[in-house]
Every structure is written in structure tokens, then in C-alpha cells.
Design a protein around this ligand. Structure first.
Ligand SMILES: [Zn+2]
Ligand SMILES: [Zn+2]
Length: 178
């Protein structure tokens, strides 16, 4: 399906709105209608070249939205659920995951589609790398189920979005480091 996204192609060139193709959700994937997304300093660092990664890409990694479709085996969310997405992907099968430490997951690559497979996002057939496995500066996000957390329907989505990175980073710094 088609969607509009803010695409980053190179340092020093502004992001540009382009039409992208989003694939259908497969097993363990969730398609989300993006309602809001914060602009994190990491997005800015990336755009300025302070963090390097594959391009072209679509930045954005602290979004909230509403589930539009789910692939087979998805049990944690359903169509119509309000959700936030974050960079917390985990495989659920590796030693770290099975010992209750999914934040140290060693199988995170399994949460991506294999190289050479139909990409989740493409422009004119060219695969677009998902920034932080999310790429939230886009009208729709196709992400791994473990990146998605259901929230209450009455939480405003433009504020819930910040929980995905800004809030967790600040709270984590205060509780774990300070
Ligand atoms: Zn961030
Ligand atoms: Zn794992």
C-alpha cells in the first residue's frame, strides 16, 4: 500500500516527503496507522551525520498510532488497538530473552526481514532501511510485534508517543544511573 514518508537520503540534505510502498504484514508483524511521532535528538544526530547508518532511510522512533492489520501469530495486539512503538525488538528465543533480559537480546536481527527478501518499505522497488527497525516519520509503520505496546484508548496519542524513547530514556537515566 502507498504512504507518505519523510525520507532521509544524505547528510546536509533536508528530509523530503516521498511516496513509499508498505508491504502487507507477515507473521509476527504489525501494521500501524501512525498518529504522532516525537523528534528525538538521535534523529537529529543522524540527520547531521553524527550517527551513521544505511540510507535511504525514514527516521522517527518514538511513535504512537492505531493498529490497522496484523500478521499471523500476532497475539499481543489486535486491529483497532491504540499502541506505542519503541526500539525494544527482541526475538523471545535466545538465551538472554529466555532468562528474562530481552533488552540484551542476541537475536534482534530475526525481528527484521532477511536481506534480499521483499522489504517492508520500498520506493520504486528500492528497499528503504528501517531506522531503529521502526521508521516512524511515515503515515504507516510495518514493524515486528515486539516493538509494539498496547495502551489505553483514552491516552492522547500525541503525548503517548513520547514514551517510546524520550520518557524511557529520562526515567531510565534517573533510576538506573543517577
Ligand atoms: Zn530517541
Ligand atoms: Zn532474543
Amino acid at each position: 500500500m502507498k504512504a507518505q514518508a519523510a525520507v532521509f537520503r544524505e547528510v546536509g540534505v533536508d528530509l523530503a516527503i516521498e511516496e513509499v510502498d508498505i508491504d502487507e504484514p507477515r507473521a509476527n508483524e504489525v501494521l500501524i496507522n501512525t498518529s504522532a511521532c516525537g523528534v528525538c535528538h538521535s534523529d537529529v544526530h543522524f540527520a547531521k551525520g553524527a550517527i551513521l547508518g544505511p540510507v535511504p532511510t525514514i527516521p522517527g522512533h518514538e511513535p504512537a498510532g492505531i493498529v490497522e492489520a496484523v500478521g499471523e501469530d500476532v497475539t499481543s495486539v489486535a486491529v483497532g488497538d491504540h499502541v506505542i512503538a519503541c526500539t525494544s525488538m527482541f526475538c523471545g528465543k535466545c538465551k538472554q530473552c529466555l532468562q528474562g533480559r530481552p533488552h540484551l537480546c542476541m537475536g534482534r536481527r530475526q525481528c527484521q526481514r532477511p536481506k534480499g527478501d521483499t522489504p517492508r518499505i520500498a520506493i520504486n522497488g528500492e528497499a528503504i532501511t528501517q531506522f531503529a527497525d521502526l521508521s516512524a516519520f511515515c503515515e504507516k509503520m510495518l514493524v515486528h510485534e515486539s516493538a509494539v505496546v498496547k495502551i489505553d484508548d483514552d491516552i492522547p496519542l500525541d503525548r503517548a508517543a513520547l514514551v517510546g524513547c524520550a520518557v524511557t530514556t529520562g526515567v531510565g537515566a534517573a533510576l538506573n544511573t543517577a
